[in-house]
Write a protein that binds this ligand. Sequence first.
Ligand code: ZN
Length: 255
Amino acid sequence: MRYREPAICLRTVDYSETSQVVHFLTRDEGIVHLMAKGTKRPKSKAGGAIDLTSEGELVFISKAIGAMGTLVEFTESVSHLGLRKDRAKLFGAMFMLELVSATVLEGDPHPDLFALIHNGLARLDEEDSNAMAVTAYFQWRLLRHVGLSIRIDQCVSCDGDLGAGQSAWAGEAYFNSSLGGLICRDCEASVADKKRISPETLAGLDALLAAESGRPANLTETQARGVNRLLSYHIQQHIGKPLHMPRHITGPPGK
Ligand SMILES: [Zn+2]
């Protein structure tokens, strides 16, 4: 079948002197893997080699989910030159692409997630954006879309209500990935594999929760870093393998 879809380039692998295998997130068809013949020729129909984060209109042929499709044409509409000029923003963008590749199954459409990454990349293009905060918000929203959101209002072990805001935690909270949320001080001793969460990270999570109900989320750099570290830890625990980009965003683990 032939498709015409808005698409964002997630990953490229050189295939030969002139061709690439390109992974795209499409709006309505999810992730597709396509053989892009001749894209590396200067006068190719796709307008040259396709780059990470490129967005545009994609025409492709796909026979079955999981099978390699064929790129017919790619017309770039957004090249994200803004974020490419700034190392932190470029790494933030690549982190977002990696997260989507790692958590979304091929052939599983996520139009809302497509909008989320489209908006996230556009925000990184803006001069006044902060890569740490943009990626923290992106991860928080991504977890909702892929069904991995974490619970921060109640203890996931005893269901004890912790109320809104970090004060109820008395500055001390723990996180367990397989239970999918925070653990109170009373339960902490009985839960293995827990991770202590700093008050800054907790405040960052609170701010993101508040942002979902329309309040502005002004995370500090430290809060956003803590959130990025915690949420990418959670994702890596879930997918069972390490991701490449988190250490470039938050520094070495445990710091
Ligand atoms: Zn508890």
